[in-house]
Design a protein around this ligand. Structure first.
Ligand code: HEM
Length: 148
């Protein structure tokens, strides 16, 4: 159980750390006008998602499920309210972020096949920003887990 909780926290550090880096990259992209600069930021966001944030989400989800299973909560055990809300919020945050990873990959493809300033890359950038809806759910999950 201790090892699984450690893996859960390591997954979270990679996920939330990657998400923090991505927010900085997206803010920089809103100001960047030079095509080479935009192309570099779009590629860097993709690299962070593939190397850090994406694996972090998958490790957090899988370790979370294993923690639930080892606590006998996947087989119909009684869930404490805080945990039910935390897993719910964490699940919404994970779904939003995985959608974001998909939009980031599609944007990088669009930037490479057309240009980093094309209508398609701007469309995907709006889609990336729309997944910001997941941030309050991630913060709620963190608060629920630490405030109990
Ligand atoms: C943004 C998403 C999430 C955050 C910030 C988060 C945060 C945390 C934190 C800080 C802990 C406490 C670790 C400890 O005390 O050692 C924890 C434990 C746990 N998490 Fe998550 N988690 C998230 C998502 C999930 C998901 C998606 C699941 C289930 C699929 C999950 C299941 C669990 C379980 C079962 C525990 C152990 C609870 C206990 O101590 O009995 N978590 N989580």
């Amino acid at each position: 159980m201790i090892a699984l909780r450690a893996v859960h926290l390591i997954g979270l550090i990679a996920w939330l750390g990657g998400a923090g880096a991505d927010i900085v990259l997206e803010l920089a992209l809103t100001r960047e006008r030079a095509p080479e600069g935009r192309a570099a930021l779009i590629r860097l966001h993709r690299a962070v998602d593939l190397a850090l944030e994406g694996p972090g989400i998958l490790v957090t989800l899988s370790s979370g499920l294993l923690l639930l299973s080892s606590a006998g909560l996947l087989g119909g055990g009684e869930w404490p309210d805080w945990l039910a809300w935390k897993v719910g919020c964490g699940g919404v945050a994970a779904a939003a972020n995985l959608a974001c990873v998909g939009f980031v990959l599609a944007r990088a493809r669009a930037a490479e096949s057309s240009s980093p300033g094309s209508a398609a890359t701007h469309k995907w950038t709006r889609a990336v920003w729309s997944t910001g809806i997941g941030v309050p759910f991630a913060l709620a999950a963190l608060w629920l887990a630490l405030a109990r």
